[in-house]
Design a binder for this molecule. Structure first.
Ligand SMILES: *Cc1c(COP(=O)(O)O)cnc(C)c1O
Length: 365
């Protein structure tokens, strides 16, 4: 096997090795099918088994109740930025309430504004998106069409550890970069969606978990693909679905169940991994400066700066030669970003921690 590096990419991101190995093995022929998932009809019995099993695994991992649909759509998270307001806001008398904690929430708001009225109920701009609102800072209207959050802002590295209480107003959540990283109470959400390529599979499939009663809001005049009700009525098979992506999400979900032992266990590992890196940041006398306020830190994307951009360049170059790859922060914020999703093994985080301590010893003061 060619050597795999420790890949800290923010997305598409590292996948569990056993998942890649199974996919590799089955790429010529699925057992008892004699062809791969790339080559069979989406209406075949074989694909139907793969699809059902992916849904069942997600349902069981997240305890998704029966009144929710699990849809597998295309167009990435970005298409959801449009589909959500098209379905929930178009024609509504009430505005949508947006909580802006970073780049992705802002981009979603721009799309929503094309469809209807949007109220920004909290905006982290003043402090450069380094924190989350406290419960009493959220001035939510009881009649809004929905409340929108991004549970984890991938670029800034701030993350909700529990979801805000929105009462009877549907909570809509972009969980693209922390889907399946901890157990969540799905009943607190109207829609929870995630593109797969951060924490759940390859690019090309987006998981949308939507409560049944919200489908009533989708107007018949919507373009077919944009209409959640059509996707739910057709069990994601209105058009040819992203079959390979669904297969991979299914394998990742089964890996979480069988090898990790469920989301509680996964969350423990994720907190331990993140804790290892934040500990270095907290103990280095300001050499590494974390972007997120301590209470709002992401366990998925650890973002920090070094004293100078020159040192950051040096940090990245030497990391690369040590097999610690794609640690560069997003171009809009700079610095360093270590994305340590579910599939990043603890050995990778340990190696990064060791490297950070080494680099500190050689370059501080
Ligand atoms: C990556 C990301 C997106 C964008 O996903 P696409 O599939 O490229 O549209 C949206 N939201 C969050 C939180 C992300 O991390």
């Amino acid at each position: 096997m060619t050597d795999r590096v420790f890949n800290f990419s923010a997305g598409p991101a590292v996948l569990p090795l056993p998942v890649l190995e199974q996919a590799q093995q089955e790429l010529l022929a699925l057992p008892e099918v004699g062809a791969s998932v790339l080559e069979i009809s989406h209406r075949s019995k074989a694909f139907s088994g793969i699809h059902e099993s992916a849904k069942e695994s997600l349902k069981s991992l997240l305890s998704i109740p029966d009144d929710y649909h699990i849809l597998f759509l295309q167009g990435g998270a970005r298409l959801q930025f449009s589909m959500i307001p098209m379905n929930l806001l178009r024609g509504s008398d009430s505005p949508a309430d947006f909580v802006l904690t970073g780049t992705w929430g802002k981009k979603a708001r721009e799309e929503a504004e094309k469809e209807g009225a949007v109220r920004v109920v909290w905006d982290g701009k003043k402090t450069n998106y380094d924190r989350l609102p406290t419960a009493d800072q959220l001035d939510l209207a009881p009649n809004s069409a929905y409340v929108y959050i991004a549970s984890n802002e991938t670029i800034q590295g701030v993350q909700f550890s529990t979801e805000p209480d929105t009462g009877d107003v549907p909570l809509v959540c972009d969980a693209s970069s922390d889907f399946l990283h901890r157990p969540v109470d799905i009943t607190r959400y109207g829609i929870l969606f995630a593109c797969a390529q951060k924490n759940a599979g390859p690019a090309g499939v987006t998981v949308v978990i939507i409560r049944d009663d919200l489908l009533k809001r989708s107007q018949d005049s919507l373009p077919g693909y944009m209409n959640y009700r059509i996707h739910a009525d057709n069990d994601s098979l209105w058009n040819t679905p992203p079959a390979f992506g669904i297969y991979m999400v299914g394998l990742v979900a089964r890996w979480l169940q069988d090898e990790i032992g469920g989301l509680e266990k996964m969350y423990e590992q994720n907190r331990d991994k993140a804790g290892m890196l934040y500990q270095v940041i907290d103990e280095c006398d300001g050499f590494y400066r974390g972007h997120a306020q301590p209470g709002c830190r992401s366990v998925m994307n650890v973002t920090f700066r070094l004293p100078t951009e020159e040192l950051e360049k040096k940090f990245l170059a030497e990391a690369e030669t040590n097999g610690l790859c794609t640690l560069k922060g997003h171009r809009s914020v700079g610095g360093i970003r270590a994305s340590i999703y579910n599939a990043m093994p603890v050995e990778g985080v340990r190696a990064l921690r060791g490297y950070m301590r080494d680099f500190l010893a050689k370059n501080a003061g």
